[in-house]
Design a protein around this ligand. Structure first.
Ligand SMILES: [Mg+2]
Length: 188
């Protein structure tokens, strides 16, 4: 039997904290985050944003990330039963010319930390809507589309205020962490 396909996001699902750490390194202090912080956290930098991105393009974001708790173990298990495609945007809105470096850094990070993943199944794209998979996992609601897909929203700073009612209407299930995801994908 063919394995079910999974479209799995990378930033804020597999890796976290990179951008916050880089903003902190640049400013020399922690960035205060309001409760309703938007997806584009860098907008908190205000008039320092341009200077920040001049600094940012010479850094490897993935030197500063943490791997989300339990991700490695659960993902390795998931890969035994599903066909997993890491599907990740690599173009930063503020610095599109950084995309080549970012794709390289993502590729190297995944290879180094997730040797069980198949690099032939990495998809670097900003247009996830065209991907047709049985199961979609992302922290951005706009990427959870498709009539037949099972859709999981991975809880992140920018989506935590979206209500269950709203998600129910869109046919989306919220998952808070990798152990939660394991319950859905591995215990059936
Ligand atoms: Mg993401």
């Amino acid at each position: 039997m063919n394995k079910k396909t999974i479209m799995l996001d990378m930033d804020d699902v597999i890796t976290i904290n990179g951008l916050s750490r880089l903003m902190e390194k640049f400013l020399g202090e922690k960035v205060e985050e309001p409760d309703n912080v938007s997806y584009y956290r860098q907008d908190l930098l205000g008039d320092k944003k341009d200077a920040f991105f001049k600094f940012f393009i010479n850094q490897n974001l993935y030197d500063y990330v943490d791997i989300v708790d339990n991700c490695k173990e659960v993902l390795e298990e998931i890969c035994k039963y599903y066909d997993v495609y890491i599907t990740t945007d690599y173009i930063w809105r503020d610095v599109p010319d950084y995309a080549g470096d970012n794709a390289k850094n993502k590729y190297n990070f995944l290879n180094q930390h997730f040797p069980f993943l198949d690099p032939k199944k990495y998809i670097f794209t900003s247009s996830k809507q065209v991907i047709n998979c049985d199961i979609r996992i992302d922290d951005k609601i706009e990427n959870l589309v498709g009539n037949n897909a099972v859709k999981y929203l991975f809880t992140a700073y920018h989506n935590k205020n979206i209500s269950k009612q709203e998600l129910d209407k869109l046919g989306i299930i919220r998952i808070d962490n990798w152990l939660d995801l394991a319950k859905y994908l591995l215990e059936k």
